[in-house]
Design a protein around this ligand. Structure first.
Ligand code: SF4
Length: 416
């Protein structure tokens, strides 16, 4: 597999185009595998695969922050993030098979960034001394770009820590370079060894578009399933790539057929450089809801969520006036399971843009972080939305008219 890092090595781009895009690539790194480059339909300037990896001039528009969900606040040491008590992230690599133009961690690929670490010695020690950590996510960058020997060392060390039950690996290599799996029997054998009946390894794949599900990609997914890995998919909603109900629905259905069901669709974080890829919350929800109309239940398992600095927030429903959300996970225990009601705003891209409905104890957020949080009684946690919807009488008097009818999907269980 050849990785292309220079625009001048893409003959399909005219010289003028390359000159126009070079200033963008100088700011936000460019890289792509030759396999993935071959998937582009160069006749179509709006080709979604092209949008995904080829820079665009409008990335330089001033929008967002490099660390849009303030991961710095969760970084306990180089390469380790610890936001929720049971989950630790190990940022073990700072390279990916290609660089998604809309990446929310593109800061990792910049020269002066040292957040990721290949030396995880202190990270392992941190996890060892925190018995509440039962769930470790290897991420970056792409962990599957590490050598099989190095990845084996990491998995072996984590498996030796008794309280670590789930190991997850976030990767887009099955899309960017499925041969990483297909051509390396040692990698597959490693998964066979360490994904055990009592403690499975999960691979969080990252397919964004059904055209990425080539025969090779599907074969790599199959190889990993046969090795005993649990496969699932998560992706952001990206303008020009998958903000289309038909595209998303096609992908969901195909993913369910191949044993890699959709798990999360993320509202794009307001990350610097991502202006051309942004989708407003309301439109994203409409696309997502429409995509869920088709396919079996397994194709409709995804949840539409926002990874906000305060927690993971599910976008439950939108009606003519309001947006309904709920914390799936929260950094602050007071927010866990909290049901939120904001004024509908079709131009809002992030939680911080939304206005709470007066009379609810929905918190208001500001760009610089949490501005106010009203404490709610613990018995509301995880049940507020269902109570409000089923009895229609208001979670908080005045916030939910009895005759209000909205369409939404969520349950009272706090699934992570
Ligand atoms: S694979 Fe993930 S980490 Fe890598 S560039 Fe794409 S979005 Fe970013």
């Amino acid at each position: 597999m050849r990785y292309i890092k220079k625009l001048e090595d893409i003959p399909q781009l005219t010289e003028t185009k390359r000159a126009a895009l070079q200033p963008v690539a100088d700011v936000y790194a460019f890289r792509v595998s030759d396999y993935y480059l071959d998937l582009i339909d160069w006749q179509d300037p709006a080709d979604p695969i092209r949008q995904l990896v080829i820079p665009r001039e409008d990335e330089l528009k001033d929008w967002g922050r490099l660390d849009a969900s303030n991961e710095a606040a969760n970084t306990v040491m180089r390469g380790v993030q610890h936001k929720y008590p049971d989950t630790a992230l190990l940022l073990c690599n700072e390279v990916c098979g290609a660089y998604c133009r809309y990446c929310f961690r593109k800061r990792l690929f910049m020269n002066d960034n040292d957040e990721a670490s290949k030396d995880l010695t202190t990270g392992f020690e941190y996890i060892r001394t925190h018995p509440e950590i039962t769930n470790v996510l290897l991420t970056g960058g792409d962990p599957l770009l590490l050598s099989t020997r190095r990845l084996t060392e990491i998995i072996d060390t984590l498996r030796a820590i008794e309280h670590v039950q789930i190991i997850r690996i976030g990767t887009k290599m099955t899309a960017f370079n499925p041969f990483r799996v297909l051509d390396d029997p040692a990698l597959v054998a490693m998964f066979e060894k360490y994904s055990t009946p009592r403690k499975r390894i999960y691979i969080m794949n990252h397919f964004d578009h059904p055209r990425e599900l080539t025969d090779e990609a599907v074969a790599s997914v199959d190889r990993l399933i046969r090795a005993g890995v649990i496969m699932t998919n998560q992706c952001p909603m990206i303008a020009g790539i998958n903000d289309d109900p038909q595209v998303l629905s096609d992908m969901f259905r195909q993913l369910s057929w191949i044993g890699c069901p959709p798990y999360y669709v993320f509202q794009g974080r307001p990350t610097a450089g991502n202006d051309p890829y942004k989708v407003p919350i309301v439109r994203g929800w409409e696309v997502f809801r429409e995509a869920l109309r088709h396919g079996s239940g397994l194709a409709r398992r995804a949840r539409f969520v926002m990874s906000h600095e305060t927690g993971k927030i599910e976008i439950l429903a939108v009606d003519d006036e309001r947006i309904y959300l709920r914390y799936q996970r929260a950094k602050d225990a007071n927010l866990r399971g909290r049901f939120l009601v904001y004024r509908r705003d079709d131009d809002a891209y992030w939680l911080d843009d939304l206005e709470p409905i007066a009379g609810t104890d929905t918190p208001r957020f500001a760009a610089e972080g949490l501005a106010t949080v009203a404490d709610g009684p613990s018995d509301r946690r995880g049940r507020a939305g269902v109570i409000a919807l089923t009895i229609g009488s208001g979670w908080r008097s005045g916030c939910w008219p009895a005759n209000r009818s909205i369409s939404c999907r969520f349950s009272s269980r706090d699934r992570n």
